[in-house]
Write a protein that binds this ligand. Structure first.
Ligand code: IPM
Ligand code: MN
Length: 352
């Protein structure tokens, strides 16, 4: 029995979560998977109503689940940062979800803005460190609001945090068993403390424990260039929190946009959280027009992480067979409503 916590969250989150759960129900019926859902109303509306971002006992409650399925966090009436830091980042940190796993895979029939590139060229995975770096919140301000203002924001990189992320990435590259190439994305020419640590750990661990994995290095700016010019060069990319945040938005665009990009916040020893990476899309809220494919993809990642490999495979096949039926991946232009896309997926899973 898989115990799944559901946080629909803000904006279009609840609409896409509903379709992801429709897909989950279809897969569960097909493979006789037993699961139980528990709902949590964390998000902007609750905050505006109660003044509480995340109740004190929430993290300990969530720790008891096998997975968390999240819609979106972010509300137009709440100052940016409050919900992101108070819910999303707090859960990533406190549940020690030290990996943010973001596949960048162009499915057949999905348009990419890259000319002359197809599904054979765009198929890699970004392993983003998810608990340290610039996200750790280290730093501070002095004399704020005056002409002498000082703002310092520090990147925290611990040997332990870097090492566990690198090990996960090496293991993932081995398991993926494609080009067996792991690229460290950094900025060793400028960030000479942080990426010195990353680079030494990368080569030490790689040479000692993963001799079968080819090691490559690219600066983050060059990585952006190659992702556009020669995305086929990448198999698995490992990088820090901030660079990972940035390059995965670029990755989302080349795989067809925010309507399709999904990610997992993974604690390999604890509870992981799965989400579409697109955000709450307030302007489409409540209209039944948002594309739920990213949330359905997040459900697929969740199934894979829960050990339901066959279910995950069938769900991916359903995504692949359904995508060509959509006129566009953009909200309001799919030729179907949000819930109809969920119905198509459920039917494809049932027929598989
Ligand atoms: C993401 C988002 C978050 C991040 C924001 C909402 C805090 O952009 O999941 O990539 O920066 O990690
Ligand atoms: Mn981001």
């Amino acid at each position: 029995m898989h115990k799944i916590a559901v946080i629909p969250g803000d904006g279009t989150g609840p609409e896409v979560v509903q379709e992801g759960l429709k897909a989950l129900a279809a897969v569960a019926a097909r493979f006789d998977i037993k699961y139980e859902l528990t709902w949590f109303d964390f998000g902007g509306d609750r905050y505006l109503r109660t003044g509480e971002v995340l109740p004190a006992e929430a993290v300990d409650q969530l720790r008891r689940f096998d997975a968390i399925y999240l819609g979106a966090i972010g509300h137009p009436e709440v100052k940016p940062g409050i919900l992101e830091k108070g819910i999303l980042l707090r859960l990533r940190f406190e549940l020690d979800q030290y990996i943010n796993l973001r596949p960048v895979k162009l499915y057949p029939s999905v348009p990419t803005p890259l000319a002359d590139k197809g599904p054979d060229d765009i198929d890699f995975v970004v392993v983003r460190e998810n608990t340290e770096g610039l996200y750790a919140g280290a730093g501070g301000t002095l004399k704020r609001g005056t002409a002498d203002e000082v703002a310092v924001q520090e990147s925290i990189n611990t040997r332990k945090g870097v090492e566990r992320c690198l090990r996960y990435a090496f293991e993932y590259t081995r398991r993926r068993n494609r080009r067996k190439t792991l690229t460290l994305c950094g900025k060793t020419n400028v960030l000479t403390y942080a990426f010195d640590l990353w680079e030494r750990a990368f080569h030490e661990i790689g040479a000692r424990d993963y001799p079968d994995i080819k090691r490559e290095y690219a600066h983050v700016d060059a990585t952006c260039m190659w992702m556009v010019k020669n995305p086929e060069w990448f198999d698995v990319i490992v990088t820090d929190n901030m660079f990972g945040d940035i390059i995965t938005d670029l990755g989302a665009m080349i795989q067809g946009g925010m309507g399709i990009a999904a990610g997992g916040n993974i604690n390999p020893e604890g509870v992981s959280m799965f989400e579409p990476i697109g955000g709450s899309a307030p302007k489409y809220t409540g209209q039944n027009v948002i594309n739920p494919m990213a949330a359905i993809g997040a459900c697929q990642l969740m199934l894979a992480t829960l050990g339901e490999a066959a279910g995950a495979r069938v769900l991916e096949a359903a995504i692949v067979s359904t995508l060509p039926r959509l006129e566009s991946l953009a909200a309001g232009k799919m030729g179907y409503s949000t819930s109809q896309v969920g119905d198509l997926i459920a039917a494809a899973v049932a027929a598989a």
